[in-house]
Design a protein around this ligand. Structure first.
Ligand code: HEM
Length: 285
């Protein structure tokens, strides 16, 4: 609770600072607008005049009204909504990515031959270059390792959806308002789709293997119009962080390393949280 309030206050402070209403968070005049997430939401608070195209847009007309005229309706954001969005990005974006990084590096310790393959790919394809947006896209084996990590330890082991309308799928009737739980963690461990489900095996994610599988048996970023908006950023961050580490160090066992990964699943949002994952890093020569 207290942590939530501190983050909320910080976010609100930054927001007001961007709007020029307080100077606490940006003590110097930056003299220009930031083109970033907060900048975009700040603009959305005010709302620009609608374009001719927007005025005819039925979807906008159906949205909740905060500005209306006889011909159009536009949804804008309040300070509270912007603060909530910024806080959500903070909460949704950090633990998810850092936990995935922890689980992956630990698997590299437990499976040294997979670590060798990954080191080889990084050395061959990047040739000592620092990682960047373009060159990490070449690291296909790395992506297979990340996906296999997220199969075993999805950031959200369960997703929820509430039915907007009555719907019948096959012979199952779902009434309007019913909450549906999608057990991502269980689906991603189902031996029907994932033989030896507990084994860490990046080869499950070769293009050939993926082509033969139902895409909905792997949903670490969710699915549909409300899936993770940070997916590409998260994958980029993960790849850059792993390259930075593995170009210089190799993760190896320490006396405290256990063969089994210990974790808890949080009550509130069903996240997998790593516990006591001890390892060492050896400098690469
Ligand atoms: C490995 C990293 C990450 C994982 C595994 C992950 C996973 C997820 C999942 C499972 C959902 C729910 C999707 C659904 O219900 O269909 C979600 C939603 C969301 N994620 Fe991520 N996420 C990650 C990183 C990030 C990052 C870096 C950001 C932003 C900077 C982010 C922002 C969000 C937001 C805003 C939502 C809510 C989307 C909505 O309700 O429309 N996530 N994420």
């Amino acid at each position: 609770m207290i942590f939530g309030k501190i983050i909320d206050d910080q976010m609100k402070g930054m927001l007001l600072s961007r709007k020029g209403k307080v100077t606490t968070y940006l003590p110097i005049d930056i003299g220009h607008e930031y083109f970033d997430f907060l900048g975009i939401t700040v603009k959305a608070e005010k709302g620009d005049e609608p374009t001719e195209e927007e005025k005819g847009d039925e979807v906008l007309k159906e949205n909740d009204a905060s500005e209306t005229s006889s011909t159009w309706t536009r949804k804008t954001l309040t300070v509270e909504e912007i603060t909530a969005q910024a806080t959500l990005f903070f909460v949704a974006g950090y633990d998810t990515t850092s936990n995935t990084l922890c689980f992956l590096v630990y698997h590299l310790v437990l499976c040294p031959e997979i670590c060798d393959n990954l080191l080889q790919e990084i050395d061959d394809k990047l040739n000592g270059q620092a990682p960047n947006y373009d060159n990490v896209a070449k690291l296909s084996y790395m992506e297979m390792c990340i996906h296999e990590t997220m199969r075993l330890f999805p950031a959200a082991s369960r997703l929820d959806r509430v039915a907007n309308n009555d719907v019948t799928i096959g012979n199952i009737r779902i009434p309007k308002g019913m909450t549906i739980n999608i057990p991502v963690g269980a689906i991603q461990m189902d031996p029907e789709y994932w033989p030896e489900p507990e084994k860490f095996d990046p080869e499950r994610f070769t293009p050939e293997a993926k082509a033969y599988r139902d895409p909905f048996v792997f949903m670490p970023f969710g699915a549909g119009p409300r899936n993770c908006v940070g997916m590409r950023l998260a994958l980029l961050e993960l790849k850059i962080a792993i390259v930075r580490i593995l170009q210089n160090y190799r993760p190896v066992t320490s006396p405290k390393t256990k063969r089994h990964i210990t974790f808890i699943i949080s009550d509130s949002d069903q996240r997998f949280i790593p516990l006591g994952l001890y390892l060492k890093f050896e400098k690469r020569t």
